[in-house]
Every structure is written in structure tokens, then in C-alpha cells.
Design a protein around this ligand. Structure first.
Ligand SMILES: *[C@@H]1O[C@H](CO)[C@@H](O)[C@H](O)[C@H]1NC(C)=O
Ligand SMILES: *[C@@H]1O[C@H](CO)[C@@H](O)[C@H](O)[C@H]1NC(C)=O
Ligand SMILES: *[C@@H]1O[C@H](CO)[C@@H](O)[C@H](O)[C@H]1NC(C)=O
Ligand SMILES: *[C@@H]1O[C@H](CO)[C@@H](O)[C@H](O)[C@H]1NC(C)=O
Ligand SMILES: *[C@@H]1O[C@H](CO)[C@@H](O)[C@H](O)[C@H]1NC(C)=O
Ligand SMILES: *[C@@H]1O[C@H](CO)[C@@H](O)[C@H](O)[C@H]1NC(C)=O
Ligand SMILES: *[C@@H]1O[C@H](CO)[C@@H](O)[C@H](O)[C@H]1NC(C)=O
Ligand SMILES: *[C@@H]1O[C@H](CO)[C@@H](O)[C@H](O)[C@H]1NC(C)=O
Ligand SMILES: *[C@@H]1O[C@H](CO)[C@@H](O)[C@H](O)[C@H]1NC(C)=O
Ligand SMILES: *[C@@H]1O[C@H](CO)[C@@H](O)[C@H](O)[C@H]1NC(C)=O
Ligand SMILES: *[C@@H]1O[C@H](CO)[C@@H](O)[C@H](O)[C@H]1NC(C)=O
Ligand SMILES: *[C@@H]1O[C@H](CO)[C@@H](O)[C@H](O)[C@H]1NC(C)=O
Length: 635
């Protein structure tokens, strides 16, 4: 009854302010599948395979783009006059057969807008299009990466970057002009708060009302909608093409509704193999999950499947599922009815940052408030057991697949949540997939551990999680507790993990661990801060540039003049091992300085987790729910 009233209210409301362009653009449609469609690809649980499209993209990128990219990167490193051993240049200039090139994956963490900014600052510092970065000897590494993975705040960065056709980071963030109604020329528009852009309660209520009306078409087409859809429409104004300062408040433009993740495959920087292959990560929850498998007060058990959404496919490489469907047919459940338009970039970004289920008082608090009955009605409109409003709902294409072990085998909908809720806030899992052959991972960490700085919790969780799937993933040893990181300053300067391993990738850990020596702390803003003025944003980016280019710092040295060379040594190290050449010269010194030494960790205390304040920040959930509750009170 209340639901019907609410529905009528929304319908009525939509007549007044509904942006038709956005409603139509956001609504998926269904049609008969092309003949011979076989939606699910089984990737294999022991000898996993990539999709043919991904394999072909990577192979073309390696042959057409990376040969030149590694050469440019090498010449940037050499311009710093570091005396590298000859194997570094032999590898990067292809002097030793193409099979010895490194395969680099970059993973950029969650942590709200702070993480988007920190990750962007690091990507800018390794971007060969920025002359300051090339002079520092770090520029060009971004162009040489095979993969770029993001989750939560990192998904806002990776998603916006990929769908905008891979512009430079300053252009992505600040825009290049006033912008047209379907471009990314206005940038992130970070000066507008994601949920309260107007600084005016009444106008902000109308704004949230507009977001809600934009998802009504999807609901009417038979897809359950949740808080994620509303959140997605808000994020779309910042991280998807189509919003400008002039049209921000307008209901006449689509604001990114209709821009699809699968559409990235058609952009010129993708068809010419110029961009690292983008991957977005999300976690899943299920009724039958093993809650005893949750670590460190996180929300998602370590054994629950991690899903990835890439340009071609969505699914999980975890051996408990190891299955995928085409991203362009997300929303489909069988081989006869193919849904399109479900894989909205905004919804993908919203899913990866859907942390509202982690907010302790989520529905309980609202149910106990004046809007409780309305929330209850919304809740009861989704009768499937286990289905909640505070998760992202995806029709489950894997129903019945891998029915021995797969926790979602009997779920009509997948319940997907923030990719950091299992504690692995850096999206490392996709880069451990053996079929991808990644041999070096640049792990960018802006997780909030202590005072919104990062102190290693994400690597601890990644280590723990990979040990659940030993046949699938090899992860290098890292400390088992936060004091294990802090006692050796592993997050205040870059640290290499896995220096002595051969079976796992080498991990280059670059954390938001503290300000550069002698500078005020600018990069530990709260996860719940959802607006940044240009001056603050620029100051943060400049400080991240220093963090990413200073290298090893200590009481006597605030900058390592060899850092660019050391980074190159780490990048080529697995390729060096394949050649059978020993580490030598500057590289040997670098590894002494930058490698975590497992033998130095006696000071670690095993049961002190140094609890961080939420994978992505529970106060963010509170802000959204308050905004939505405020809106619902209008009816
Ligand atoms: C957009 O909003 C204005 C009021 O701000 C209203 O007059 C107009 O009818 C709305 N347009 C659509 C398509 O809903
Ligand atoms: C694993 O896959 C590779 C290539 O896809 C193939 O060459 C190899 O024979 C496979 N190994 C097994 C044990 O199936
Ligand atoms: C987004 O806009 C940029 C220009 O700012 C353009 O190059 C790109 O193709 C657009 N992306 C999509 C998906 O239309
Ligand atoms: C909202 O208020 C903040 C803080 O006072 C201010 O910096 C920002 O410019 C305001 N935004 C708008 C759109 O007025
Ligand atoms: C963009 O949309 C606004 C309405 O929001 C409209 O007034 C303007 O003419 C549009 N601009 C272009 C270049 O289409
Ligand atoms: C959530 O509530 C439970 C029980 O009240 C408490 O133990 C837990 O610490 C809370 N979690 C967070 C993240 O606040
Ligand atoms: C419900 O709200 C009342 C009044 O605001 C408060 O006293 C009570 O503790 C709340 N109950 C729960 C379970 O939160
Ligand atoms: C599901 O389980 C049954 C019984 O164990 C088995 O026969 C069937 O092959 C399984 N299906 C799949 C898709 O794994
Ligand atoms: C290069 O990066 C620096 C440091 O963040 C920044 O100040 C500058 O604007 C960037 N230049 C270009 C051309 O992107
Ligand atoms: C400080 O760092 C420099 C290089 O950045 C290194 O040469 C020196 O040995 C370090 N000193 C200490 C005490 O670790
Ligand atoms: C290539 O690798 C071999 C070892 O496999 C080594 O002997 C040779 O010197 C290398 N070539 C160059 C140019 O470094
Ligand atoms: C790696 O090996 C070297 C020499 O064998 C040793 O000194 C060092 O402690 C080892 N490091 C780790 C992390 O195991």
C-alpha cells in the first residue's frame, strides 16, 4: 500500500522533473539473443583461459604499442643519469627476444574521492605525456602497463579515465573547457558535492529526487533497483561523460545515462591499443556465505567470489566460479533473452563503491525513523530471499553453474558490493590470474587505515585471501599485521615485496603513508569528503607527485636520486630472472634498500590488527542514506 503510494508519488514527481533523456538512457532493454548465443564462458578452474577478445587485445597491445612504450620509458629512466646494469636496457629495448618484456599491471585502491585523487596523482607521475614526469624518470610507465585495475574510489578513476578515451590526468580531473553535453571536457566537477551539490537543502532534495526518477525506467522494465542505482546516477555527474557546470542542474541532458562499459571497446584509444586494459572489481555477499571467514572486522568473507567487470566480460576467476558472461549482455540470465544497456558505466562505478551494507545502522536505523514504513515497503517490493536494498542487484547469469561450491548458485540475483569490503582494498586479485601472466604489480594504496593514511591492511587481506585459492593465485609474502608495516615504515616509502620469490609477481607497493618530509599532510582527507575545490585538489596532486617520485626517504635523505632507476629495476626483475641473469650494480643496491626483508619482522605482534576505520568509510554510507531519507520524506 505504502509502496503503491510511493510509486504514484514518484510517477507524479517524474512528470514534473524527470529527465527523460536520463530515464531512457538508463533503462536496459531485452531482445531475443542472436542465434547460437552461449552466454556463459567457463574459464577453467585449474588451467584458466582468458576471453579471446582480451587475449587478442593484450597481444596486439604488446606487439603494436608496448615495444615503443618500453623504449620511451627506458630513455626517460636513462635521462636521470642512473648507471643501470645493461640487462635493464637489454630487456626494455627488446634486445633479448620479445618474450622477455615485463608484463605490468597497475592496481589503484578504494578510499572514496581521496583514493581517486591519490591514484590519479600516481598515474600522472608515471604518465609519459607529462614532461615533469618524464624528467623525473618515472614517466612512460603508465603507457607500458598491460592492465589497470580499480575498485571503489579507484573505480571512479579508472572508469572515468577509460570512458573518456584515456586523456591525461589533469585533463581528466579539471577538464579542457566548458564542455559539450556528451563529452568529458568539464572533468570530474569535484567542486560539486556528489550528494549535496547545491549547498541548499531544498535544492538538494530535488536533486536526489531527480536521481530517483532517473532509475524508474529500469524498475519499470522489471529490474530491481536499489540504493546503488541512485548512487550511480549521482556518480555519473562526475565520472561519466555528459555533465558540465552549465547543465549540472538541468533535467534535459542524459548526464552519462546510456554510456556503457562495453562501449569502451569502440573508443579510439582502445581500438588502437593505447590504453592499459581496464578492470573494475566488486565483492559479493550471499546468504550462504561463511561469516567465520571475515577478517579484521571487515564485512565480506574472504572466500566469497570477487567479480570483475572488464570491457568484454563480467565474472570471477576465483576457482569457486571461474565463469564469465559478456559485459554487453549483463542483466541477462539465459541464452534466449539478451539484455543490453545494463552495463552502464555509472552503475559499474556505483557497484564497485557500494558500501552501504557496511554501514552498521543501514536499514535498522531508518526502519526506526519516520521514513521506516517507506523503507520497509521498498524492501518488501523485492521478495527474493536475501535481497536487500543496500546492495547492487545483478540478474545472476551463473545460476546453477559450479553448483558444488558456488555460494550464489541458487540466487536469482547476485548481490554485489564495494570491492574493498573483504579488506583487499587494492584490486590485486585480477592481476594474480595466471593466464594474464602479470609479473610485476604496481599497487597504489589510499586505504584508510590510521588517520586516513594507509598502513598495509589491504596487502594483509590480499595475502590472506590468496591463501584460500593456492592453486589459482600466488601472492608474495607480506607482513601479517599493521605493526609489521609501521615498524619498518613500509608505507611511508615505496616497498618491493616478493624479491626472493619466483612463482609470484613482484609487488611494488606505493602507499599514501604520510606526507613527504617537511611538508604538511594534505592527502589524508576523510573518505566521506565528497567535494574538492580546485586549489585543494591541485595541492593534493602536487604532493602525490612528490610521494610517487621521491623514493626512499629517511632521516638523512628526503629524496632518493636513484629512485627512477630502482623502479625500473623492479619493473624488469622477473624478466631478468627469466633471462637467467643475476641482479647486479645499482639494481642490487636498490633491492637492498627497497625490498621488505622478512627476517626483520620479529617486532611484529601477531594479533594486533591496528584496526582501520572502514574499507571505504562508513560515514559515506550515512551521508547517502540521510540524503535519501530526506528525499523520501517529501512524499
Ligand atoms: C525540467 O524541469 C523544469 C523545471 O525546472 C520543468 O519545467 C520541465 O518540464 C522539466 N522537463 C522535463 C523533460 O521533465
Ligand atoms: C593449459 O593451457 C595451455 C594453453 O591454454 C595448454 O598449452 C596446456 O596444455 C594446458 N595444460 C593443461 C594441463 O591442460
Ligand atoms: C567521452 O568524451 C570524450 C571527449 O571528452 C570522447 O573522446 C569519448 O569518446 C567519450 N566517450 C564515450 C563513451 O562516448
Ligand atoms: C558549497 O559550499 C562550499 C563550502 O562553503 C563551497 O566551497 C562551495 O563552493 C559551495 N558550492 C556551491 C555549488 O555553491
Ligand atoms: C546542453 O544542454 C543544455 C540544457 O541542459 C542546453 O541548453 C544546451 O544548448 C546544450 N548544449 C549543446 C551544445 O548541445
Ligand atoms: C557494527 O556493530 C557491531 C555490533 O554492534 C559492532 O561489533 C561492530 O564493531 C560495528 N561495526 C562497525 C564498522 O562500526
Ligand atoms: C528507536 O528510536 C527511539 C527514539 O528515537 C530510540 O529511543 C530507540 O533506541 C531506537 N531503537 C533502536 C533499536 O535503534
Ligand atoms: C551440478 O551438480 C550435479 C550433481 O552434483 C552435477 O551432476 C552437475 O554436473 C552440476 N552442474 C554443474 C553445471 O556443475
Ligand atoms: C604534470 O604533472 C605536474 C605535477 O602534478 C603538474 O603540475 C603538471 O600540470 C602536469 N603537466 C601536464 C602537462 O599534465
Ligand atoms: C637513507 O636513504 C639513502 C638513500 O635514499 C640511503 O643511501 C641511506 O643509506 C639511508 N640511510 C639510512 C640510515 O637508512
Ligand atoms: C640476452 O640474454 C642472454 C641470456 O639468456 C645473455 O647471455 C645475453 O647477454 C643477453 N643479451 C643482452 C643484449 O643483454
Ligand atoms: C632474500 O634473500 C637474501 C639473500 O639470500 C636475504 O638476505 C633476504 O633476507 C631475503 N629476503 C627475504 C624477504 O626473504
Amino acid at each position: 500500500m505504502i509502496w503503491i503510494l510511493l510509486g504514484l508519488g514518484l510517477l507524479f514527481f517524474s512528470k514534473i522533473v524527470a529527465g527523460q533523456a536520463a530515464i531512457v538512457g538508463y533503462t536496459p532493454s531485452a531482445s531475443p539473443c542472436p542465434d547460437g548465443t552461449s552466454l556463459v564462458r567457463l574459464a577453467g578452474t585449474t588451467n584458466q583461459t582468458l576471453s579471446p577478445n582480451e587475449a587478442s587485445y593484450i597481444s596486439s597491445r604488446k606487439s603494436d604499442v608496448l615495444v615503443g612504450a618500453w623504449k620511451s620509458y627506458l630513455s626517460n629512466v636513462q635521462s636521470t643519469n642512473v648507471a643501470l646494469p645493461s640487462y635493464v636496457s637489454a630487456i626494455l629495448s627488446g634486445g633479448n627476444s620479445s618474450s622477455s618484456y615485463p608484463t605490468l599491471g597497475i592496481a589503484t585502491s578504494g578510499g572514496g574521492y581521496r583514493a581517486s585523487i591519490f591514484g590519479a596523482g600516481v598515474l600522472n607521475a608515471i604518465d609519459g605525456r607529462n614532461s615533469t614526469s618524464t624528467q623525473a624518470g618515472t614517466g612512460g610507465l603508465l603507457q607500458a602497463a598491460s592492465y589497470l585495475a580499480g575498485l571503489s574510489g579507484g573505480s571512479w578513476l579508472v572508469g572515468s579515465l577509460a570512458q573518456a578515451n584515456f586523456p591525461t590526468l589533469p585533463d581528466l580531473i579539471f577538464g579542457t573547457g566548458t564542455g559539450s553535453n556528451d563529452s568529458f571536457e568539464s572533468g570530474w566537477l569535484a567542486q560539486y558535492d556528489v550528494l549535496t551539490p547545491n549547498n541548499n537543502t531544498a535544492e538538494d532534495s530535488l536533486y536526489v529526487a531527480e536521481l530517483i526518477t532517473e532509475i524508474q525506467g529500469k524498475k519499470a522494465a522489471g529490474f530491481p533497483v536499489t540504493i546503488t542505482d541512485i548512487w550511480a546516477r549521482a556518480l555519473s555527474r562526475h565520472f561519466v561523460n555528459g555533465t558540465t557546470p552549465d547543465n549540472f542542474a538541468s533535467n534535459a541532458t542524459a548526464h552519462g545515462a546510456g554510456v556503457l562499459f562495453s562501449q569502451i571497446a569502440g573508443l579510439s584509444s582502445f581500438t588502437s591499443y593505447q590504453m592499459p586494459f581496464p578492470i573494475i572489481v566488486t565483492d559479493s555477499v550471499a546468504n550462504s556465505e561463511n561469516k567465520s571467514d571475515i577478517i579484521n572486522g571487515d564485512v565480506v568473507p574472504q572466500g566469497n567470489p570477487i567479480y570483475e567487470i572488464n570491457v568484454f566480460e563480467m565474472g570471477s576467476y576465483d576457482p569457486v566460479l571461474a565463469a564469465f558472461i559478456p559485459t554487453k549482455y549483463l542483466g541477462s540470465q539465459n541464452n534466449s533473452v539478451c539484455v543490453t544497456g545494463f552495463d552502464q558505466v555509472s552503475f559499474v562505478e556505483g557497484t564497485s563503491s557500494e558500501l552501504f551494507n557496511a554501514y552498521n545502522v543501514t536499514l535498522a536505523a531508518l526502519l526506526n525513523s519516520t521514513v521506516g514504513p517507506i523503507i520497509e515497503a521498498l524492501n518488501s517490493s523485492t521478495p527474493e530471499p536475501g535481497i536487500e536494498l543496500d546492495v547492487s542487484l545483478y540478474p545472476n547469469p551463473f545460476f546453477g553453474v559450479a553448483n558444488q561450491t558456488y555460494i550464489d548458485t541458487n540466487q536469482e540475483y547476485l548481490s554485489l558490493v564495494d570491492g574493498g569490503e573483504d579488506g583487499e582494498v587494492i584490486p590485486i586479485q585480477p592481476l594474480l590470474v595466471k593466464a594474464r601472466g602479470v609479473d610485476v604489480i604496481l599497487a597504489i594504496d589510499a586505504t584508510s587505515d590510521v588517520d586516513n593514511f594507509s598502513e598495509g591492511s589491504s596487502l594483509i587481506a590480499a595475502q590472506n585471501r590468496s591463501s584460500h585459492f593456492p592453486s589459482a593465485y600466488a601472492f608474495p609474502p607480506v607482513p601479517t599485521s599493521i605493526p609489521g608495516f609501521t615498524s619498518q615504515n613500509l608505507s611511508t616509502h615505496p616497498t618491493f615485496f616478493g624479491c626472493n620469490e619466483t612463482s609470484s609477481p613482484l609487488l611494488i607497493y606505493l602507499a599514501n603513508g604520510g606526507p613527504p618530509p617537511g611538508q604538511p599532510a594534505l592527502t589524508n582527507t576523510s573518505t566521506s569528503q565528497l567535494a574538492y575545490q580546485p586549489t585543494q585538489l591541485q595541492a593534493m596532486l602536487d604532493q602525490v607527485f612528490t610521494i610517487a617520485t621521491q623514493g626512499y626517504t629517511n632521516a638523512t635523505s628526503s629524496k632518493d636520486p636513484e629512485w627512477a632507476g630502482c623502479l625500473a629495476c623492479a619493473v624488469v626483475d622477473r624478466a631478468r630472472a627469466r633471462m637467467g641473469t643475476a641482479r647486479s650494480g645499482v639494481c642490487a643496491d636498490c633491492f637492498t634498500r627497497y625490498c621488505w626483508n622478512v627476517n626483520n619482522s620479529q617486532s611484529e605482534s601477531s594479533n594486533s590488527s591496528g584496526r582501520r576505520n572502514g574499507a571505504a568509510g562508513s560515514s559515506l554510507g550515512a551521508a547517502v542514506l540521510t540524503a535519501i531519507a530526506g528525499l523520501l520524506m517529501l512524499f
